[in-house]
Design a protein around this ligand. Structure first.
Ligand code: GLY
Ligand code: MN
Ligand code: MN
Length: 444
């Protein structure tokens, strides 16, 4: 049923109760989405709903009422239905839901309109996602409107709506032990797939063959699949940051940039490696690679309790800008490039993001005082510097044109520093070249 023991979800709900005051929170499940006509995309549970229930069905709604005497946790879900289950798959059903999910009250999702007004009344505010679930916001407003019309009935209607995701996002910033073990597992599977890709790649293969091998390993190792669309970008394709076509033949003179990671127990991993298609870096490729690697190391050094993602970014940016000057891509004053951000053509993105149930984990980056959120033990994020030197950029020295390099790892903040969860994938030049000589079958 749920990935983790019920006590984990009870603990998380308990923490959320303490933040709701006398409000009521509505947390809907994910929705099934149509891919074409009557065929759907694979269902993926909503991250917040999963975080608080571990329940993997669509058409469900969790309602948390800290002050409700009949029960603080209510779940609306699909009732059992013999015919629907024969066609579409098993359902937990109402009878089993209480015990299986540790909730107090269960109702059929078909009774939502009847029951929801009762659950909303006599609370001061409603917490819900104000921006990505318009039907639920509209429905709640409709119920609030009709509740507030009953002025003589001694029933109070909530007068305020509060956006809930940032509150749950704050809770999700520091990963608990169960989350860390799922991210560890996702990282280990993705690491294996990256090592297999290095061993498998050779001139003449197509980008999609490498992608298929990696995604095969994701599934074979028990992951749900990719956490995000794999980027398998040979040569100049690496200079398209979100290249997902993955359908070109690999040239022997080129590098291959792969940004791919699996999702395990709905937790993401996010790894990028860049390596030579023919197994040996050229002089020019080495020069650029060493700069990106050094930038990543400097950002890693900053990854400790009390520092922030901005420390990481600033450290990486200094190395990359100096590198761009050493490579004769940028000329002029180092300080001026930093101030004017004139490196953006070649180093356009951030150095990292939170990682968890979402690959770009939906947690705040800035606290209530508007300053960067400082690292604490249990936070997980990526470090992913890159340099992108497009083939058609006349300002780039000829021999560097068409090189695009990113190196990305997943990092857990610990009491005394950090742990690199994806350290198993080679990234030093010699180690990468060695990994390219291995037999990919050893990873299957
Ligand atoms: N793969 C998405 C990212 O690196 O942020
Ligand atoms: Mn990333
Ligand atoms: Mn990535």
């Amino acid at each position: 049923m749920s990935t983790l023991n019920n006590s984990v979800y009870l603990r998380r709900r308990e923490e959320l109760f303490s933040l709701l005051g006398d409000g009521v929170a509505l947390i809907p499940s994910g929705e099934e989405k149509i891919k074409s006509f009557d065929t759907g995309y694979p269902f993926r549970q909503d991250s917040n709903f999963n975080y608080l229930t571990g329940f993997d069905e669509p058409e469900s709604l969790l309602v948390l009422c800290p002050n409700n005497k009949e029960g603080r946790t209510t779940l609306f879900l699909r009732p059992k239905d013999k015919v629907a289950e024969m066609w579409e798959g098993r359902r937990l059903g109402l009878d089993k839901a209480k015990e299986a999910l540790g909730v107090d009250l269960v109702f059929s999702i078909h009774d939502l309109d009847k029951k929801l007004p009762e659950l909303l009344q006599n609370h001061s505010k409603v917490f819900l996602d104000l921006f990505s679930n318009k039907p639920l916001v509209d429905k709640s407003l409709e119920h609030l409107r009709s509740l507030s019309g009953r002025k003589k009935s001694k029933i109070a209607s909530p007068q305020k709506m509060v956006n809930l995701p940032p509150i749950i996002g704050m809770m999700r910033l520091k990963k608990d032990a169960e989350e860390i073990s799922l991210i560890r597992k996702a990282s280990a599977i993705s690491s294996k797939a990256h090592k297999a890709a290095m061993a498998f790649t050779s001139p003449g293969k197509n980008e999609y063959e490498v992608q298929a091998l990696m995604e095969y390993i994701f599934k074979k190792e028990g992951a749900q699949g990719s956490a995000y669309q794999s980027i398998v970008a040979g040569g100049n394709n690496a200079n398209i940051l979100h290249y997902i076509n993955n359908n070109e033949v690999l040239n022997k003179e080129d590098l291959l940039l792969i940004d791919a990671g699996c999702e395990f127990g709905l937790y993401a991993s996010d790894i990028t490696r860049t390596f030579p298609v023919n197994g040996s870096f050229s002089r020019a490729q080495k020069d650029v690679y060493q700069i990106v690697l050094e930038a990543q190391k400097k950002a890693m050094e900053e990854s400790k309790v009390g520092n922030t993602l901005t420390h990481n970014h600033d450290a990486a940016t200094k190395v990359l800008v100096q590198g761009l000057m050493d490579l004769n891509v940028l000329e002029g004053s180092f300080q001026e490039h930093l101030e004017k951000q004139s490196f953006k053509d070649y180093w356009p993105h951030g150095t990292g993001h939170w990682l968890g149930l979402d690959v770009h984990d939906n947690s705040p980056y800035i606290n209530e005082e508007k300053s960067d959120i400082a690292f604490e033990e249990g936070m997980v994020f990526t470090i992913e510097p890159g340099l992108y030197l497009p083939l058609d950029d006349q300002k780039v020295p000829q021999e560097l044109r068409g090189i695009g390099i990113r190196i990305e790892d997943d990092v857990l903040i610990t009491k005394n520093g950090h742990e690199v969860l994806t350290d198993d994938v080679p990234k030093e030049i010699e180690a990468v070249e060695e990994a390219c000589q291995k037999n990919y079958r050893d990873f299957l």
